[in-house]
Every structure is written in structure tokens, then in C-alpha cells.
Design a protein around this ligand. Sequence first.
Ligand code: SF4
Length: 440
Amino acid sequence: MKILLIYPGLFEGFGSYYRGVDWFNHGVGVISAILKQGGHSVEYMDCRKFSGWGELKSKIVSIEFDVTLISVATVDFDCSREIARIIKAKNPALKVMVGGPHPTLMTEQTAVVPEFDHIFTHESEITLPQILNRLDNAPRIIRGEMPEDLDLVPFVDRTLAPDGETPWYPGLPRPFFTITASRGCLYQCTFCQPAERALFGNKVRKRSVANILDELELLSSKYNMKSFMIHDDCFTQYHGWADEFCREKAKRGLMQPFVCQSRADIICKHPDLMGRLKDAGLAWVIIGIESGSNRILKYIKKGVTVEQNIEAAKICRELGIKFLANYMFGIPTETKEEMLMTFNMIKQIKPDQHSPAVFTPAPGSELYEYCCNNNLTLIDSSSGYQRTPLSGAKIKGIDYNFVDSLVYRSMNGELLGRLLHMKARLEKFLKNISKKFIKS
Ligand code: SF4
């Protein structure tokens, strides 16, 4: 079968791939690998590489295919619908199947779109090849069976992005690649769960260390990998496994520096593990510190305290591990004083890289339900689910000018942050004016 595999990724705009927005979608990578393993021919379209809708449309018109698979994240829902319309305009008989986090978490809303012939939920590795063999008789909504043993899943298809990705972490050499070593997360953060469990189940599934290292060896020998990131939600949640990874990585002579995600409570309780990870090449750790208010941390069930956030930053600094801090402003019930506590905590701990976000109710999460049940939601398009400043109001009761200003100031310092915020507001204003002018 000839399959057109599409990653929209358009919330960052057309051409963004060439501006460094080139992260690799592992869901698409594994689908490509299993399709090729099953003897299908795969044409891959990363829409971030196109200059605009005209080029995207010409590409769809020019290639031959039987079935399209589109990977849909919430932020890409509207453009995925537009892509499906273009395919149906080419030939209404061409099948369009959507899968990914949004169809899994918001199945009913996804099924409203008539251009989506099939809605594939959950994981694809086992069920997708079976369905493609009997697509004419397949139901509209298909639930994928979860692979229990991740070692049996093929490595993601790196030919889709053989040059790797742009590292977000200063100092890490290219080619830089990302891998996933496990699926699922044990924790309960309400801005994330139970969506994570709905996607991957209640149990965390881990690849064996040997299987992970086999993939890293392949990336080294075939793609000249110089650094990498382990994408898992929390690589350090199983200490024995992380320890084994450290030991075996060195034994195989894999010396490349790497990045992983952890949590402040784990770092505080296991600084020894962090030391071993550092010896194994851990150059950067990503920590979701989220808030400088203990009330908010408790409210979002983060399971860490402000004191642990500060201590974890200190431990990383002493060990020589750089850290990227994820934090957010504008959580339901959060006051301006509490947001300022986050701002002040960031000033105190001085992360090596800032990753602030505007709180956005993620579909499938407990806080999404809370916002819906309390009629708080203000988002009216899929692009509104972006977590960046000036991406629009998310919920009622939050001063977004204040939130956006804190995002800029926490990243850039007081004066430069204020200037950059003003510049961004002006640019947005001019963009809106020119859009209105073009329309009229
Ligand atoms: S935010 Fe991170 S630690 Fe918390 S539940 Fe989600 S994946 Fe797990």
C-alpha cells in the first residue's frame, strides 16, 4: 500500500523547520518503521518544511498514495482538518486516518470531522498494520492495542530526519538526536494527568537498557550522533534502571553527553544517582519546578515543594549538571502574588535555561476538566492551546498582560524583559492590523 504519513506541526508556522523548530515526532517515527517493516511504501511530509498552504497543496496533488495517516496534537487540530480537506478535494476516495494524542484524548470531538475516515486511538504498533490489511471493513474508531514489551517495537525510522534535531541546550554538539526509553509516568500532576495514563496506561513500560543502548550505538555508527536527549517524562523514576544505563553506557564506550528529565524531589532524595548520571555524561537535566508557591504546587499535585526546587537546583549546580527549568504562570486560582513568588524563585535559583509557559488546560487533564466544569475556558481554536506568551487568553480570571510580562522578565531580566514584551506586543498588533487590511 502507498501511504502518505503527515506530521502537521504547523502551530509554529510554515517554514519553522528551517528556523530550528525541527524536533522529531517519535510517534510518526515508529509508525514509519512499522509500515516499512510491513512492506508498505511510505511518503513522509513534515509540513513545517513548506513555505505555505500553496506548496503543501501542490505536494499532495503531485504524489500518489492510497491512504493518509495524520498525527494530530491538540495544537494542530485545525490545520489537520484543513489538510484532510485538501486530500478529499484531490480525490474523495482517498482514505484519511488520524491518530496521536488528540484523537486519543478527544475522540468524540475528532470524530465530528467528516473528512477523517478513521480515528485511531492509543498506540499503533500492533493494530495499525492489521487494520491496513482490511481497511475497507475497518470501523471508524479504532483502538490500538498497547505493546507490552517495548523491546519488540522497531527503532524509530531515522531516515525521516537523518540530521537529527536542533538542541535546545547550549553546548551540546550536533548531530543531536532524541530517544524514548519508556512510556508512562507514575506521578499525578493535575495539569497533565490523567491524560498521560489515558495515553499509555497505568503502568510504566520500560525498554531494556541493552535495547536502548543498541539504538544509541546505531545512532552513533550510522548517523554520527554527538549528543542526545532521553525524552521520557521522568527518566530517573526507576533508579536501578537509570543506574544500569549509566554503567552499561560507559561499558559500550558511548561517551556522548546527554539530557534527561527528572524531578526536584528525586534529585533531593538521590543526589548520588545524579552524580552517577553526571559521570555517565548527563550534561543537562530538565526539571518541572512549575511554581514558587507551595499552595500552587499542592493544588497541582506536583509532589514537590519550593524548598525542594531550590535544593535540587543547588545539587545540580554543585555536580556541574546544567538545568532547564519548566515553570508556568496563570494556573486556575493562582493569584498575582503567587505568580510573583514563582518569578522570585526563578531569580533566586537562576536556571541555565528557562522554559516558562502560560498555563493552558491540556485536554484529558484534571485541570482541563476543572476549567470546563467551571466554565473558565476561553480558548476558541486549536492554536489557542499553545503555551507561549501572546498566544491568547486561556481561562477567565487571569490577567494575561501580567502573565506575559512575567514570562519575558523571568527569562530576560527586568529591563530587557519589559522591552522584549513591549516589542512582541507591538509586532502582534501590527500583524493583526495587516491581516485585517489584507482581508478587506
Ligand atoms: S507533569 Fe511530568 S511528572 Fe507530572 S504527571 Fe506529567 S509526565 Fe508525570
